[in-house]
Ligand binder design. Structure first.
Ligand code: CAA
Ligand code: NAD
Length: 296
């Protein structure tokens, strides 16, 4: 089966980007949300991002009409929906909802009933076992992880995660889909955090523990890693960028599942910020204040 129609569940930070790069790759996309306001906000982000990309193409010498038409064609391939049934005939459904395993399992159980029998399922989870969601879907051989990175439009990697039950042809199709979205795909096993997050999230958590101990200020920790290691963002700024709720959910899941792993620790300051509703860039405040994509 060739993948032509792609469903994306969730139109938040990640879902809107996945819907956009899939449409840029030529796929027809349905993106599903729970409420109109979330759909409007995600589709609005896609409009802004496409306008920015067109502007950049024009700056680089592309004819303005052509660049604008290309963006309009990409946008026309994306439909928003509040009705899950619109996912039924998709060839691939990529889930990008809240980082909560029970909610994800419930969604996949529903999708397993709803979607045509050939549909391949993928989760964009940062940290949960793909096999647990695959089992809930009732079609474990047609299930992979497709882990994109934030901001999806700019980050060039996708991790393609296979379980012991993923069929070879499903893995190959998922990998080809990631590449058609303009990404470099790497294959990995179904381990906590796959490759990137297993390294990155403990690093982010260590930076917050350092802040709590008063070893240095947030700004100095971030400057140190930017200038000392050449990273584009420091770890605390990056935690704001990822979302404090998502980072906390990742760490909570790991601490519960692997209580003896010393790399998995929950900083108290992260819990406090989330309790206060300061979730980072997406709410305008986390460890820093944000205006849109810009740190203040
Ligand atoms: N769509 C289109 N254009 C965009 C965009 C988007 N979504 N986001 C930013 N841009 C544009 C900006 O408008 C800007 O354009 P101009 O040059 O015309 O001003 C350009 O791209 C560069 O953006 P910035 O000015 O913000 O500058 P930057 O060079 O700092 O790049 C960045 C931004 C790519 C985000 C960079 O800071 C970076 O790579 N940060 C690290 C991100 C990272 O590590 N992501 C992984 C997070 S972990 C994860 O995703 C996994 C998980 O499960 C938690
Ligand atoms: P987010 O909070 O920005 O967006 C989640 C969206 O899903 C919200 O708009 C919410 O309304 C919607 N949603 C929740 N339940 C739903 C349902 N049942 N059906 C349809 N929509 C539903 O979160 P995010 O940062 O986009 O994260 C989404 C997933 O991607 C998580 O699993 C996260 O771990 C993973 N991820 C996040 C990042 C990151 O940097 N934020 C990077 C890679 C992967």
């Amino acid at each position: 089966m060739a993948i032509k129609k792609v469903g994306v569940v969730g139109c938040g930070l990640m879902g809107h980007g996945i819907a956009q790069v899939a449409a840029q790759g030529g796929f027809t996309v349905v993106v599903s949300e729970t409420e109109q306001k979330f759909l409007d906000s995600g589709l609005g982000r896609i409009d802004k991002s496409l306008a920015k990309l067109a502007e950049k193409a024009i700056e680089k010498g592309a004819p303005a009409d052509q660049a604008k038409q290309q963006s309009a064609d990409v946008r026309a391939r994306i439909t928003g929906s509040l009705d899950r049934k619109s996912l039924a005939d998709c060839d691939l459904v990529v889930e990008a909802i809240v980082e909560n395993l029970d909610v994800k399992k419930q969604l996949f159980a529903e999708l397993g009933q709803l979607c045509k029998k050939e549909t391949i399922f993928a989760s964009n989870t940062s940290s949960f076992p793909i096999a647990a969601m695959a089992a809930a879907s009732g079609r474990p051989s047609q299930f992979v992880g497709l882990h994109f990175f934030n901001p999806v439009q700019l980050m060039k990697l996708v991790e393609v995660v296979r379980t012991n039950e993923t069929k070879d042809e499903v893995f190959a199709q998922a990998r080809a889909f990631g590449e058609a979205c303009g990404k470099v795909a790497i294959g990995c096993k179904d381990t906590p955090g796959f490759v990137v997050n297993r390294l990155l999230v403990p690093y982010m958590s260590q930076s917050l523990l350092m802040l709590e101990r008063g070893d240095a200020t947030a700004a100095d920790i971030d400057t140190a890693m930017k200038l000392g290691c050449g990273y584009p963002m420091g770890p605390i700024e990056l935690t704001d960028y990822v979302g404090l709720d998502t980072t906390l959910a990742i760490l909570q899941g790991w601490v519960k599942a692997y209580p003896n792993e010393p790399a998995f620790k929950i900083p108290a300051c992260l819990e406090t910020k989330v309790k206060e509703g300061k979730l980072g860039r997406k709410t305008g405040e986390g460890f820093y204040k944000w205006q849109g994509d810009k740190k203040q």
